[in-house]
Design a binder for this molecule. Structure first.
Ligand code: PEP
Ligand code: MN
Length: 353
């Protein structure tokens, strides 16, 4: 059950509803509705006579199972990091190396992607590698370089955390915590980052359905951390021509289902440098709130994911085109055109007759 409380509802109403839920041994949570009011979500339902307190604007008995992530009965979320707004009125660019490989290379990359138009610096310090023999990341040393890059460029930084035990350490350095595709269903990790009051970027599991992905977001939101960003990064398909299949249908679908911002990762989504630009732009055209891209000045030399890493020149072109596409999406389509189309349809129908 979701109970919508009006902006001017007295505190006593929410206190009474939450107390009733506790007495009836039902779990209840509160969440701002983004319009000044409050939502109370209750597992199960409360008796009717409790639902008429002052300020109760509406009671919704049927709703999505991802009750906090759902767009039902609330406004969209904008996640703010420094002066960057994710889910605001322009797509955000997060870019940087797959792995942090050293101080000089990270600082050089940070300045280069900044100059190309990036808003946020990405880079892995703890790397989830398929082989235990591959480079596993620099760990805390990498986090320190990331913090230095933030200081020098002014860009907020995002980096991945893989274990609940690492969360405090990573949160000390990162502005956004990244949960990778392999950990989308690591529920203890999700619960742990749900206790933070810091943005979390949740990648879609490579074999996860959209509803499973949103239930994972629910784990974070239900801990009280409401700053969740979704990231579509490609799913497994039958075709080995690309590393993964970037599921761009998920972008408008998720925008329909949730209030959370969504970004697209065309680097892991394709695995191929030559396709990253097209799919980044396609992601923006599909309505994404940003892109998450692997880029560095010398992509060929990257220790991990070199084949999908682009250079700053390509990033610059993507940023410029992306802005044009985002502007085009905002354009108002003149109504005469719609009228003209109706006329045309009538003419066509006449021809058909
Ligand atoms: C990454 O972005 O650094 C990463 C490891 O991506 P994914 O979890 O999508 O494989
Ligand atoms: Mn990578």
């Amino acid at each position: 059950m979701i109970i919508s409380l009006a902006a001017d509802a007295p505190v006593s109403t929410s206190v009474a509803l939450l107390a009733a839920a506790t007495t009836l041994r039902k779990q209840a949570r509160t969440m701002p509705d983004g319009r000044g009011g409050l939502l109370i979500t209750v597992d199960g339902s409360l008796p009717d006579d409790l639902l008429h307190g002052p300020g109760v604007a509406a009671v919704h008995r049927s709703h999505k199972p991802y009750v906090l992530a759902s767009l039902e009965h609330r406004a969209r979320t904008v996640v703010t990091v420094g002066d960057v707004r994710i889910g605001g009125d322009r797509p955000v660019v997060m870019a940087g190396p797959c792995s942090i490989e050293g101080r000089e290379s990270l600082l050089r990359t940070a300045h280069a992607v900044r100059a190309a138009g990036a808003d946020i610096l990405r880079g892995g310090a703890f790397k989830p590698r398929t082989s235990p023999y591959s480079f596993q990341g620099l760990g805390e040393e990498g986090l320190r370089y990331l913090a230095e890059a933030r200081e020098q460029t002014g860009m907020p930084v995002i980096t991945e955390v893989m274990e609940p035990e690492q969360v405090d350490l990573v949160a000390e350095y990162a502005d956004i915590i990244q949960i990778g595709t392999r950990n989308m269903s690591n529920f203890p990790l999700l619960r742990r980052v749900g206790q933070l009051r810091k943005p979390v970027l949740l990648k879609r599991g490579m074999s996860a359905r959209v509803d499973e992905w949103l239930m994972s977001a629910e784990y974070i939101l239900s801990g009280g951390n409401l700053q969740v960003i979704l990231c579509e990064r490609g799913i497994r398909s039958f075709d080995p021509a690309t590393r993964f299949t970037l599921d761009l249908t998920a972008v408008p679908l998720v925008k329909e289902l949730t209030h959370l911002p969504v970004v697209v990762d065309p680097s892991h989504g394709t695995g191929l440098r030559s396709l990253v630009g097209a799919m980044a732009i396609a992601g923006i055209a599909a309505g994404a709130d940003g892109i998450f891209v692997e880029a560095e000045p010398d992509p060929e030399r990257a220790t991990s994911d070199a084949a999908q890493t682009i250079d700053p020149e390509e990033l610059y072109r993507i940023v410029q085109r992306g802005r044009l596409v985002a502007e085009a999406l905002k354009a108002t389509i003149p109504t005469q055109l719609t009228g003209g189309m109706r006329e045309g349809t009538r003419e066509l129908a006449a021809v058909g007759d």
